[in-house]
Design a protein. Structure first.
Length: 115
């Protein structure tokens, strides 16, 4: 499985009611694949296992990304912003990351008005 991670700073879970936003970015292409949330338990599990673990707001519980479809997401790099309240996880997914079958979740593109 993935590496174990350690930080000298602590995430601030107080600003969004116990959650921090997490941007998952492909380690090789730098494409933004999805945005999710972690509570403190999900954060600790991610650090301990190296496998992205999120807090699923719709389910109301901690959830390992990929536990339902086998498309796990293993962290290669974890970054915390300067306010200690947001995270970027650079990762290599083992399959399509989006639950709708796409490689990533950002599939809709705005068109400039008047174009």
């Amino acid at each position: 499985m993935g590496a174990r991670w350690r930080f000298d700073t602590k995430l601030d879970f107080g600003k969004l009611g116990g959650l921090v936003p997490v941007v998952i970015q492909h380690a090789d292409t730098r494409e933004i694949l999805m945005v999710g949330f972690m509570n403190e338990e999900a954060w600790q599990k991610t650090l301990e296992t190296g496998r992205v673990t999120l807090f699923r707001r719709t389910l109301g519980r901690v959830w390992v990304k990929g536990e339902d479809d086998g498309h796990y997401v293993d962290a290669t790099e974890i970054l915390i912003d300067c306010d200690d309240d947001s995270v970027i996880v650079r990762a290599r997914p083992t399959g399509n990351l989006c639950g709708h079958g796409y490689p990533g979740c950002f599939i809709h593109e705005a068109t400039p008005a008047g174009a």
